[in-house]
Every structure is written in C-alpha cells, then in structure tokens.
Design a protein around this ligand. Structure first.
Ligand code: C5P
Length: 231
C-alpha cells in the first residue's frame, strides 16, 4: 500500500507532539529516527502507537547476526510497522533480523534495507570501503541480496525505484526520501523529485521531512503531498 511517511526529525517528545497535535483529521504514517528514539526511548514509540500512528522506526541496525536478531525482537514487540537495517551487515545478519522480528503468530513489521547511504560518494566507497564497482551496481547488488534474504524492500532515491523494481520485482518495496515540492528548497538533499514524479517513477512510500515539518502550515503541506503522490 502506497503512503506518505512524515519524518519526525525532532529532538524530543514535546516538540513532536506539538507538531502532531496540528493534525486533527488525519493520522500520518510517521518515521522515528535515531535522534528522537535515542532522546526519548521506546516510550515515544508506544505513545505514538497509542495515538494511532503507523511507525517506521529508522534505526538502521548493523551488528553481528545474534545481536541484531535480539534487538529486532525488542523492536517487534514495540509493534512498529516498518523498520530497517544496513544490507552491508550481510545476508546472514538480514536472515537473523527476520527471525528476531517475526512474532509468535507469524506476523512481523516490514523490514527494509539501506544499501549504500546517499551520503556515500563513489570516491568514498572506493577509498574508504575498497569497493571498486560503480555505485549504482553496488546498490542493485545489495537490493538483490536483501530480497534473497527475505526482506521487503530498500530505501533508495525515487530515481532508482524503477531499476530496483526491474531487478527485484514489482512487489519489492521502494521507500524513498529526497522529495521536494516543485518550488521548494532542496536543503542538503542533492537529487530530489516531487511527490508526483515519485509516483510516476514507482515509489511505494515517500519519506518527507522538512517540506512538511518546516512548512508554515504543515497540515496543508501534508495534504498536498498525499494528493500529489497518491493522485
Ligand atoms: O527533511 P527531509 O525531507 O530531507 O528528510 C528526509 C528524511 O529521510 C530524513 O529523516 C533523512 O534522515 C531520511 N533519509 C534521507 N536519505 C536517505 C535515508 C534517509 O534523507 N538515504
């Protein structure tokens, strides 16, 4: 199911709830990242769940398989709807993550892989990580490995969504940040697309932060995003 995910890049509970209190009619799917989670702990996730939000917990796990499995078990019991890890942790780690996430009744949150971070350049990959292949091939290889390990999708640019679907199948989810309104500020994002363009390119979920959180009227900005993306 396609949706707009609002990135709650706030430093604490009060600011987060003040922002969400502006939404009276809708309950946006929200992303809780490291900053908010490390500041407030699991209680913020429970509170947002109790308020009726779907949650993407964006903690990008990467450790030995046993540790990731146990950590995922904790996240799963928090009843989040989507979470993620680094594909660079290898397929053994990804399979262990799925085991940890899967609840006694067989259900589990969606599990999404980060391939190469969009902040990693070809040069940094070659010099720091000693990976010599072109970065787009590396991204597709990580996506394929994630799919074979049983994951549900990847985080990628909307510009890569089509190729990911070609490589991994239409049902493999693409969760795409880097979205801006046509007339909006890019901020620190380099390659951006509009919600409408992300839809045309086949994104399954768009992750939108500042175009909504920093808007004068965040509810109107959210509605515009939903309208442009979901059509
Ligand atoms: O404010 P903005 O719309 O740029 O926020 C995008 C959100 O998506 C942020 O929470 C950012 O950390 C996250 N993200 C990203 N690029 C990635 C992975 C995650 O922008 N490759």
């Amino acid at each position: 199911m396609k949706d707009v995910i609002v990135a709650l890049d706030f430093s604490g509970r009060e600011e987060t709830l003040r922002f969400l209190d502006r939404f009276r009619e809708e309950k946006p799917f929200v992303k809780v990242g490291m900053e908010l989670y490390y500041a407030e702990g699991p209680s913020i996730v429970r509170e947002l769940k109790a308020r009726g939000h779907k949650i993407f917990l964006d903690l990008k796990l990467h450790d030995i398989p046993n540790t990731v499995k146990k950590a995922m078990k904790v996240l799963s019991s928090l009843d989040v709807d989507m979470t993620n890890l680094h594909a660079a942790g290898t397929s053994a780690m990804m399979r262990a993550a799925i085991e940890g996430l899967t609840r006694a009744d067989g259900s589990r949150p969606l599990l999404i892989a980060v391939t190469q971070l969009t902040s990693t350049s070809q040069e940094a990959m070659e010099n720091d990580l000693l990976i010599r292949e072109p970065i787009d091939e590396v991204v597709m290889h990580y996506a394929k490995t994630a799919r074979l390990a049983g994951l549900d999708g990847v985080v990628c640019s909307p510009l890569e969504a089509g190729k990911v679907h070609e490589t991994c199948g239409r049902n493999f989810l693409t969760v795409t940040p880097g979205v801006r309104f046509a007339e909006g500020e890019k901020g620190d994002q380099v390659r951006v697309t509009t919600p409408e363009k992300a839809r045309e390119l086949g994104s399954d979920y768009i992750v939108v932060g500042r175009p909504i959180t920093a808007a004068e009227d965040p509810v109107a900005a959210y509605r515009r995003c939903v309208k442009e993306f979901l059509g």
